[in-house]
Ligand binder design. Structure first.
Ligand code: PLP
Length: 462
């Protein structure tokens, strides 16, 4: 069948190619028509557009790959899934099936983890905001409470006294790892002695059982050496506690922060070329432990709380082209039905966007906008893509981390989320929001119930 070619008004334009990388500007060469065997068009027909899609196989494969990288180098490794990275219950349960504990940073996440069947002792409770009621629950459930500040330490002591129970605790430590800006707003500082001050206070409190040490040094960390530095500083504290108190901690938790293969904005290289292999991180961390003064028989459990690096690649966002237009400078603009409301991470990443159907050889540099009435709603500032027309579909890649927890409900409703299982079957794992769902949370005071109709209003003013 011969399709009529679309007429494109000729225009002269300045080439503003955006940031070059060493491969010049990239073009998307191949359409992505299927995800794990499921046609994109069919997913959109069944579940609407936009729609998030998660691949169970990719989640499991990546988990095993990263776990193996550490487990082959160090004898005792435990992963704890970072809930805030993606706390859809179906996703969390895949990680728990794979053997991950839960790492939570709020009471809400804590309850989610319990409801997902995670035993209390396998929940790591992080973050600066733990209410007394939440601490009580965590003490009763024997969870691992990572103390963030002295105020929390004092409240926790009171909670334990009141309950007449002991708490299993660690402190979060921040330190100079050679990567700046330093994340020093969480936990106790290593260099200035705050960490030791907190340790001494805990060791002097019979109700607080010190079981571990924790650091989470940043996110999308491109330097494996930073983890080596963090590990050595925590090991120094570990050995110091052993010397001073003859007390052996059971674990050292190095947090998360390993990068995914996403393309960081402003980076010269693409994510695939920029990001060090996971093996480099595992090697650096394992060496720091094995080459330390800790005797082989006393090596602590190594806990990692990875989020982004595990789930990013398993997530896709499917969407539809709403319109094309020319900007004042002649540059082509394509408007999509998803924007920064759903793809929050497009503030940091140049997400790869692929057309979901065959296209002609003609490509053009364009800007991709979302549907929101805000100027900052830009999905890609500059990308070279084949021309797409209204109704065509696109696939955004590496969107599994943070978008489904940081998304915002601004002027529209959050869409369906679908899981493709390992046999290629589609499952709806979060229903798209409805007007009723949003309205069910609202209340209109009595005096605002009646709205005069236009006629009544005219009558009043007569
Ligand atoms: C967010 C967070 C993580 C996960 O971070 P990623 O960069 O997604 O790996 C782990 N631990 C703590 C304490 C966190 O706040």
């Amino acid at each position: 069948m011969i399709h009529k070619q679309k007429y494109e008004r000729p225009s002269i334009q300045k080439v503003s190619a955006g940031l070059m990388n060493k491969f010049a500007t990239r073009t998307e060469y191949l359409p992505v028509t299927h995800l794990e065997g499921a046609p994109v068009k069919r997913i959109v027909e069944e579940y609407g557009s936009p729609v998030f899609v998660l691949s169970e196989r990719k989640i499991r494969d990546r988990y095993r790959e990263v776990y193996q990288a550490f487990a082959t180098r160090y004898p005792k490794v435990q992963f704890a899934w970072s809930y805030k990275t993606n706390y859809l219950n179906a996703v969390c349960r895949i990680y728990h099936q794979e053997g991950a504990w839960a790492e939570v940073v709020s009471g809400f996440e804590y309850e989610k983890a319990l409801a997902n069947g995670v035993p209390g002792e396998q929940i790591i409770f992080n973050g600066p905001d733990k209410s007394e009621a939440e601490l009580e629950k965590a003490v009763e459930e024997r969870s691992l409470i990572h103390i963030d500040h002295l105020d929390e330490l004092y409240v926790l002591k009171e909670v334990c006294d009141r309950l007449d129970q002991n708490a299993r605790v660690a402190i979060r430590v921040n330190m100079d790892t050679g990567v700046y800006p330093q994340w020093d707003r969480f936990g106790f500082n290593y260099e200035n002695g705050q960490a030791w001050d907190a340790i001494n206070k805990i060791m002097a409190s019979p109700r607080l059982q010190m079981v571990g040490l924790h650091a989470h040094i940043g996110t999308f960390m491109l330097a494996p050496s930073a983890y080596g530095a963090a590990a050595r500083k925590l090991i120094d504290l570990f050995l110091g506690i052993k010397r001073k108190y003859h007390h052996r901690l059971t674990y050292i938790d190095l947090g998360g922060g390993l990068p995914s293969a996403n393309n960081l904005k402003g980076a010269y290289l693409s994510g695939a070329d920029l990001v060090p292999p996971i093996d480099d991180y595992a090697e650096t961390i394992a060496s720091a432990f094995l080459n330390s003064d800790i005797p082989a028989g006393e090596l602590p459990l190594l806990i990692l709380e990875n989020g982004r690096t595990l789930v990013d690649e398993a997530g896709y966002l499917l969407g539809t082209v709403l319109a094309n237009k020319r900007l004042a400078n002649g540059k082509r603009a394509t408007i999509l039905d998803f924007g920064v409301n759903l793809l929050f991470t497009s503030f940091w990443y140049n997400h790869r966007i692929s057309p979901a159907q065959e296209f002609s050889g003609y490509t053009e540099e364009m800007e991709l906008f979302g549907p929101l009435c805000m100027n900052i709603d830009v999905v890609r500032e500059s990308v070279t893509l084949p021309l797409m027309k209204r109704g065509d579909q696109v696939v955004a890649h590496l969107v599994g981390a943070y978008n489904m927890s940081q998304w915002m409900q601004f002027i529209t409703l959050r869409p369906n989320i679908v899981l493709i299982d390992e046999r290629g079957r589609l499952h709806l794992i979060r229903r798209g929001e409805t007007l009723e769902y949003i309205n069910s949370q609202e209340a209109v005071p009595e005096h605002l119930q009646a709205i005069p109709t236009l006629q009544e209003e005219m009558h009043l003013t007569e």
